[in-house]
Design a protein around this ligand. Structure first.
Ligand SMILES: [Zn+2]
Length: 286
């Protein structure tokens, strides 16, 4: 029997796109069996950055998306958190670094509570901006990240990280924070990792998640073996077509790789089942 496709990181947004129901149905029709929905930016659902009430609504939106996907017959879970872009937005709006850090720590605690209560499987996207920012911003994000890992350790949460792409330096800095917090590195997902870095991230115990929308990166990742999971990073925004691939395209691409012999059925099983179990354990019934 052919192995079903698992999309490790996607967003659904009925305000700008199809919404979770249609995304899940299309994915399932293309051979998808499971996907993880991750929180968007608070303003992507009409919210105000820095508003705690909107963070609650944002997390609830993500939880609902995963419920909708399960209703369609997929394995699904929610990963809830506040994107590092929100930190930058608040600093630009004149918030002090201390105020931003306090807000983010509150958002981290709230995410941990969602995991503890079984409403979410993980926390994210937390991390650092992928575009160049000042050292102070990076330091602030790293302090928040350390707290994310500590809380994830306490509640047994998976973490999805949004990071810059600076090669091994990026991986090493995360591995150091993870070790300091004492969280299981296998539960720490490097979302949108550079394909060529997947093997290195895995060797450091982390869980690389490779985007399939970037030409050549999947092939680069495979050179180190099937040690990663895959993701569409779909943003479900009709005003930005082609920004990323939809989950159903991810499914058909993977099936093409198998048909062309780039990927064996065993590799597919590792990527879409075994590696998913390594990350989520009992939290996802894949
Ligand atoms: Zn994302």
């Amino acid at each position: 029997m052919a192995v079903g496709v698992f999309d490790n990181h996607a967003h659904a947004n009925e305000y700008t796109g199809f919404g979770a129901g249609e995304v899940a149905r299309r994915f399932r029709a293309a051979g998808g069996v499971g996907l993880v929905f991750v929180s968007l930016l608070s303003w992507s659902i009409g919210g105000v950055p820095g508003d705690r009430g909107w963070v609650v609504r944002l997390y609830d939106h993500t939880v609902r998306n995963a419920e909708v996907a399960r209703g369609v017959g997929l394995v699904s879970g929610a990963v809830v958190g506040v994107h590092p872009a929100e930190c930058v937005r608040l600093l630009e709006a004149g918030w002090g670094a201390g105020e931003v850090e306090e807000f983010m720590r509150w958002a981290v605690d709230l995410a941990a509570r969602y995991v503890e209560e079984g409403r979410a499987v993980g926390m994210g996207e937390f991390g650092r901006p992928h575009w160049p920012v000042g050292e102070g911003v990076v330091d602030l994000c790293n302090r928040v990240l350390l707290y994310v890992f500590e809380r994830a350790r306490d509640v047994g949460a998976v973490v999805h990280l949004h990071l810059e792409r600076r090669g091994r330096e990026t991986v090493d800095s995360i591995a150091a924070l993870v070790a300091r917090a004492g969280v299981d590195p296998a539960r720490v997902v490097m979302h949108h990792v550079e394909g060529a870095l997947a093997g290195y991230a895995y060797a450091r115990g982390l869980s690389p998640s490779v985007p399939l929308g970037r030409r050549g990166e999947f092939e680069d990742a495979l050179k180190s073996g099937p040690v990663f999971v895959v993701e569409s990073d779909y943003i479900d925004d009709k005003s930005r077509p082609g920004a990323v691939i939809p989950p159903w395209t991810l499914a058909s691409k993977l099936k093409q790789y198998v048909a062309r012999g780039v990927l064996t059925e065993e590799d597919m099983y590792k990527i879409c089942v075994e590696n998913v179990r390594r990350i989520y354990g009992d939290r996802l019934n894949i």
